[in-house]
Design a protein around this ligand. Sequence first.
Ligand code: GLY
Length: 391
Amino acid sequence: MKRSIYFFLLLLGPVAFAQTPLNVDKEFAFAAKQYELMLKSHPDTTKFPQSTKPDGSPDDRKSDWWCSGFFGGSLWHIYERTKAPVWKEAAHKWTMAVAKEQYNTGTHDLGFMLYCPFGNGYRLTKNPIYPPILLTGAKSLSTRFDPKVGVIKSWNKFQNYTYPVIIDNMMNLEFLFWASRVSGNKAFYNLSVTHADNTIKNHYRPDYSSYHVVCYNPDGTVAAKKTAQGYADNSAWARGQAWGLYGFTVMYRETKDKKYLDFARHIADFYLNHPNLPADKIPYWDFNAPNIPNEERDASAGAITASALLELCTYGGPSAKTYYQSAVKMLESLSSPAYKANLGENNNFILKHSVGHKPQKSEVDTPIIYADYYYLEALLRYDALRKKPGF
Ligand code: GLY
């Protein structure tokens, strides 16, 4: 009897214990169906899908909200996969809906707002109307860089501070590198390097976790290190760690300076080795949230991190396999019913369970558009890697 059970388990083993392989076709088929419903429920391109309100109704925002580019960007991801003209048309429509933000000098978020839709759109279609919009946007963004301070200003005010810089700002640099290449204007490149170097100097702790907000004095010295969206000034807000990881991985891609690669690896190691990272590898909203394990997860941080790791692993090194396998685990978790919505539910967003701003009780355990954007990007990266020899 014992022997036969053993034999049966042996036969069953690979099936029973193997992780469900990610099926990119299936995930994109679902995303397309869900976003068909999202498009139907959003006929007006001045109302951008963002999240869900506490009463369960859709929370839409205007084009000047920092997330306005993620819906168009997500539609481009679906077009990239399906190549169907209907997605190209929808993506173009929602991309152009953000165009007026190219003149917006009041935010540091133009990388998210413009490069996610127009950058992906241009990469996929070479539509000549996109680059001038991007280049105007890059100029607008660069007006927020004061060379005496050496960083791009994020918000105009935070508490009593007038030059706050958030770690999220690392995500705008990819846009400026693109602008530098296309325009030949090296200033965009140089200011990005300066911003990144000062971020290494001032935003990171010895364990490679990041503060959320660093407030600068006019001479570039640091006035205060704070949090806005994290649990505490000294805590590791999960999405902030993800933004930094993604940002420094891009810094290495764009400059080939090994110091950025080493830095991104340190951030990845902090994140992946953290004792509070759950087994499914989707973090709590803050690694130091006080009531872990009774705290909300942040699927958006998981999606951003998966995408960043799928780039970082391509640069080799002793941890490349760990980065790849961890990213796959994150994508498997996000693609499971624990995080992925049912068709027609979740206000037609793909992923559930993100946290926007817990201290303000805003977007707590809701879908958020950027979780979908980075999840789809990570699926595309995963699929591209799987087709490469050695992965
Ligand atoms: N402040 C941008 C974010 O919530 O990640």
